[in-house]
Ligand binder design. Sequence first.
Ligand code: PEP
Ligand code: MG
Length: 763
Amino acid sequence: MCGASMKEMPNILWLEEIKKEDIVSVGGKGASLGEMTSLGLPVPKAFVVTAQAFRKFLIEKGIEDTIFRRLERLDVDDNDSLESVSREVQNIVLSVDIPDHIKRDIVDAYARMGANGEVVAVRSSATAEDLPEASFAGQQETFLNVLGDDDLLEAVQRCWASLYGARAIYYRAKQGFDDRGVNIAVVVQDLIRSEKSGVLFTSHPVTGEPLTIVEGSWGLGEAVVSGSVSPDNYVFDLRSGRVVDRLIAEKEIMIVPEGERGVKTVNLTPEERIAPVLSDDEVARLATFGKIAEEHYGVPQDIEWAIVGDEIFILQSRPITTIRQPDIPRAGAKPASTLGEVLLEGQGASPGIASGRVVIVRDVRDTSTIEEGDILVTRMTNPDMVPAMRRVRAIVTDEGGMTCHAAIVSRELGTPAVVGTKKATKTLQDGQVITVDGEKGIIYEGAVEAPAPAAQATTVAAAAPIVTGTLVKVNVSLPEAAERAAATGADGVGLLRIEHLILGLAKTPGWYVEHGEEETFINELYTGIKTVLDAFPGKSVWVRTLDAPTDEFRNMEGGEVEPIEHNPMLGWRGIRRDLKSPEQFRMQVEAFKRLWAAGYSNLGVMFPLVNHPAEFIQARAMMKEWGVDVEKAILGVMIEVPSSAILIEDFIKAGIRFASFGTNDLVQYTLAIDRNNEHVADMYEPEHPAVLWLIDYAIRACREHGVECSICGQAGSDPDMVAWLVGHGITSVSANIDAVVRIREAVARKERQILLDAARRNA
Ligand code: PEP
Ligand code: MG
């Protein structure tokens, strides 16, 4: 940006003054609001603190160079540095005063907002100079319910600082944006105290089907956008001008403004829960506004709306698009014929191609010889190998299937892996150079050049993914993967496996209890879970209580007292262990309580391996005894044992708020196929009719009772399986980080097909 012309640029622009070309000054959000205003859509009154005001602030306060030099030196793949540089830069932005002339302009504009303009929403609107249409949605802060000059100035400054949040820095670096060219504008807008709100999706330009899908719920839109409530769903046919389908959901809560600055969640009365949010007339008016926006922009729009009394407001409109961002290298770019001799085959467990020197690890002590860029070859990884797994370029195991420890961890680390080769530790030699294709599951002799980045398929979505009715969440096991997981644009975390966090501590939970070190354990849990919650602000994060089989604890300090079990998968794990080890359970609950007390109301707790509703009831009673408000807490179960699918109605009666299919276990317990046994891996079949029957049965019951139903097993990363699940009415799916984009595409395709079928039936 050129200094001379920038000085003349205004600090403030009103929506009525904004033209399309102003996107560099007002960001995508600001420009879109301005454009919608000029179309005559009912947009709440707003002004924008321009990107130039932000730049003037950086320059006049002399902090510009310090910030950009810090960012230039940063290796965004080093999570610790990323976090600390992000904190440092944000502190710089927050610690200096806003120049007087900018302050004055903001406060004057605020005064001119008028009678309704006292309470405002303050939203970030980031923009890139050379690519102004780039979408950075969802990465910077929004403040609702801001009141008074001081609060407003603070909110604006916090929006500016949020340009340097860890997730935002990471995302831009991976997209190849130069931080020097990225700016931030801030939209200050009348806060609409919506009585009803939601989103609507306009028709598809390719099929030409003039259907509008409207989702709505009570209160502020955050409930729908964050996925904390299942909204009503209306399908409007623009040809007939009629609502052709409606699904009235059971809406348990609404979010309303609270006090001067905050928002709160309110439980709805039984009548409100099942009452339709919208009349046909309101759906029709919303669809008309949607049509105006779509016709103007020329592409289908995803629109946020709100209603107060009988007044409709359009809050945001953006195209329904997928922007891809480069991230994890994936396999498939190189034709097999150009690769070396095939040495081994197994299951491709984590996509990507990598070459390196083999290091065979028979014991965790062998990992000390592993150097950056080596390939770890072992019988099976275990938790104490995770530090070494972070260093290697690829992982190969003799044992295991798609859901074993090596598979789960390598996918989170974005490291290519082939599991279940049966004999890698025998066939391969220390020091031998090999190439691992983690997608096809093949190990080649020698090194091949890595495919050029441009040729590699991309796997992680952008901030503006396709909008789907079915939520697409992500699974996380390692807190360090949280930012990458969030960068997929996932709608929340459908499974946070905390045992990986615990196993990384190298001491069993029992050890902490035994040595009076409960506080250390609680703090570790608190910090790890908080990292994930922070990466998913306002989105639901289901944290699963401990579920490590005894054999995984055995190598850790304190592990000597773990029982030797013939079949650990059927043994002392999951909720059954917590119920009988209250000290262990209580430490986890204490961490959850502290997080709830710190304001993380998006944390839900999920109990693993339940096989009878009595276990859920007992776990909840223990939590209550330990001071948890169990009426408010979002508690749910995994459906991993056939009995829990069969007894789903009783679980619902017992008060679960959600159920999630853990198909990794559900398949093994339904079919008697050990999920980690490569000898029967070919019989491990999530699409087995018995498994599908159980899933279908449980989904129906959940739908009937308005309970969120999800999947977090590996089958939730399989597009075909996910299409089947969407067709059978699942409410959300949770996929591995590398699979979120293709799963969202599969969900969108299936939803579109369902809508078209419905429209044809009604035509
Ligand atoms: C499952 O069983 O599907 C699941 C997600 O849990 P885990 O893989 O951790 O057993
Ligand atoms: Mg499981």
